[in-house]
Design a protein. Structure first.
Lengths: 126, 136
C-alpha cells in the first residue's frame, strides 16, 4: 500500500495532529484538574463536597463555564487515549472505522450529558 | 522480527512484561494503565454526580458511602486514585513537552524529576485534603 512503511504499518497523516491535540489537551487538563482538586477537596474545610457546596459552586456562571469546558476537554482526552490504546491491538481497517464512529458518539453523548447535568444542577434549590 | 512489531503483536498483555524493556517501557505501560483507570473513574464520577438530581439526602449519603466506605476503608482507594492521577499527569506533561520537541535528549532525567515533583505535590494535596477528616 502507498502509505505503508517497511513494517507494513500504515502511516496516517492525521496521526501527528491527533497526538498534538492529545498533548495540548493534556497540558490544559493539568491546570483544570489542579483547580478542580483544590476547589473540590481543599478549599472549604472538608475532604468531599456535599450537595449544598456543589450547587453554590455551580451557581457562579464562571465556575459553571469552567466545569463545562472541563467536561468537553477531559472527555476528548480520555476517549482519544482509549482509541489509541485499542488501535494498537491490530483491529484492522474496518475495526478502526467502527471504533472511530463509536468514540465520536460516546464523546458527544458524554459531553452533552455533562453539560446538561451541570446546567440543571446549577438551577436547583438549596 | 523487529521489536516494535513484536510489541504490537503481543497486544495489551505485552504491557505487563517489563523485563529488560527499560524504564521508558515501564513509563509507557504505566501511562496507559493509569489512563484506563482514570477513564473508568471519570464515568464513575459522572454517575455519582448524576445523583445530585435526586436531591441532597440521596446525594450526601452516596458521597459519604463511596468516599469513606466501611471503617473509612475506601480512603485507601482514594489515595491510590490520586497516586494514579498524579503519575499520569507528570508523565503526560513530559510526553507533551516531547511532542513539542522539548527534552528529547534528557527523557530519563525529566521522567524522574517530573515524577518526584508530582509525588511531593501529591503528599501536600493528601495532607490538606485529609486534615479535614472528621469534620462534617
Amino acid at each position: 500500500m502507498e502509505n505503508e512503511n517497511k513494517y507494513g504499518i500504515t502511516k496516517r497523516p492525521m496521526g501527528s495532529i491527533s497526538r498534538m491535540f492529545q498533548a495540548g489537551s493534556g497540558l490544559f487538563l493539568i491546570f483544570f484538574l489542579g483547580v478542580h482538586l483544590y476547589v473540590a477537596h481543599i478549599d472549604f474545610g472538608h475532604p468531599v463536597q456535599f450537595f449544598n457546596q456543589v450547587i453554590q459552586n455551580l451557581r457562579n456562571p464562571w465556575w459553571l463555564l469552567f466545569f463545562i469546558v472541563f467536561v468537553w476537554i477531559i472527555t476528548y482526552h480520555a476517549l482519544n487515549g482509549v482509541g489509541n490504546i485499542v488501535k494498537d491491538t491490530n483491529i484492522g481497517e474496518k475495526g478502526r472505522s467502527y471504533l472511530n464512529i463509536a468514540l465520536i458518539v460516546i464523546y458527544f453523548a458524554t459531553s452533552i450529558y455533562g453539560t446538561i447535568l451541570s446546567i440543571v444542577v446549577a438551577g436547583m434549590a438549596i | 522480527m523487529d521489536e516494535s512489531v513484536r510489541n504490537l503483536n503481543e497486544g495489551v498483555m505485552g504491557w505487563a512484561k517489563f523485563y529488560r524493556k527499560g524504564w521508558n517501557y515501564f513509563a509507557f505501560a504505566m501511562h496507559r494503565f493509569s489512563g484506563l483507570v482514570i477513564v473508568f473513574y471519570l464515568y464513575l464520577h459522572l454517575f455519582v454526580l448524576s445523583h445530585l438530581l435526586s436531591g441532597p439526602v440521596t446525594y450526601n449519603e452516596l458521597v459519604k458511602t463511596v468516599t469513606f466506605g466501611p471503617f473509612d476503608s475506601f480512603l485507601v482507594l482514594d489515595v491510590l486514585l490520586a497516586l494514579v492521577i498524579f503519575y499520569h499527569g507528570a508523565n503526560g506533561t513530559r510526553l507533551a513537552l516531547n511532542e513539542f520537541g522539548i527534552g528529547l535528549q534528557k527523557n530519563k532525567a525529566m521522567f524522574i524529576v517530573f515524577e518526584a515533583i508530582a509525588m511531593v505535590i501529591l503528599g501536600v494535596f493528601l495532607y490538606y485534603a485529609y486534615m479535614f477528616i472528621g469534620a462534617s
